[in-house]
Design a protein around this ligand. Sequence first.
Ligand code: ADP
Length: 319
Amino acid sequence: KKAIAVMTSGGDSPGMNAAARAVVRTALYEGVKVYGINNGYQGMLDDDIEELTSRSVSDLIQRGGTFLGTARCPEFKTPEGRRKGYENLVKRGIEGLVIIGGDGSLTGGSLLSKETGLPIVGLPGTIDNDVWGMDYTIGCDTAANTIVDAINKLRDTASAHRRIMLVEVMGRNSGWLAMMSGIAGGAEFVLVPEVKFNIDTMCEEIKEMYDAGKRYSIIVVAEGAGSAIEIGKAVEEKTGIDTRVSVLGHIQRGGSPTVEDRMKASMLGEKAALAIISGASDVVFGFNEGKVVAVNLFEAVNNTKTLNPELVRLARVLA
Ligand code: ADP
């Protein structure tokens, strides 16, 4: 292959830069031209595409966000939109595309591949860790660390005032971030969309803990499980204990990627570049149980990942 392209799409995540950098440098090392598509599918449609050099990706490995920019692009959901994007690639001689993004972005990529035959390799770039067939996505480790850091701080003030503290975290329909940060942050309760919960029972348990002398209680709420503000109101009413809510929001998306995210993003970026150069298509590279796995793109987007039941049990046992 003579030329490939790389893009980031959907919600940004720490480590996207490291992944794109690895794609660019691997391609150049192999003597292949590499284009960067700015602002996701929107840039593909707007023809906002430029050739990248090794220097284009300097000073990036430590940065969160994505130097390519990202966007949400409704027009790409139409076949006409995808055709228009494809033509902007073909006219530059681009013969393969690496897409770094979440479930939605990979779905868009799978349609582009099916309709045009353009070879597509995906990398899972999302803090949500919700891509089927793998237990890691680029950025999830940094986000989980950010949340745990916040929980540590909230614990200090909750304890000082004998308060109940609810922490709402991201994850869309997935409870993975909540579960990981709940376990690592030592939360008393973790509310996730995958597991039914009963606020009344939880409140009874909290009251018992307080009666037994506990000074505070941390409840991590996945955004997909409900609004922490609403749940917090109910908890305060039912327990009569001073309750506060902290919605962490976009803090969770930013920051310098952890070593784990940098390393895995770099390894996956190299894999993706080598695969697309050698003519592979319709595959998403990820990590599962510590090893690189290649998941079929269509299977990845057509299946829904479930939450590891061992984590659910561990959170309950340790609380
Ligand atoms: P993420 O990739 O983080 O899941 P989104 O779901 O917002 O983020 O998807 C990012 C972009 O991918 C959308 O703005 C759209 O351009 C494209 N996309 C998402 N879902 C589809 C779909 N079903 N068909 C075609 N394109 C899609």
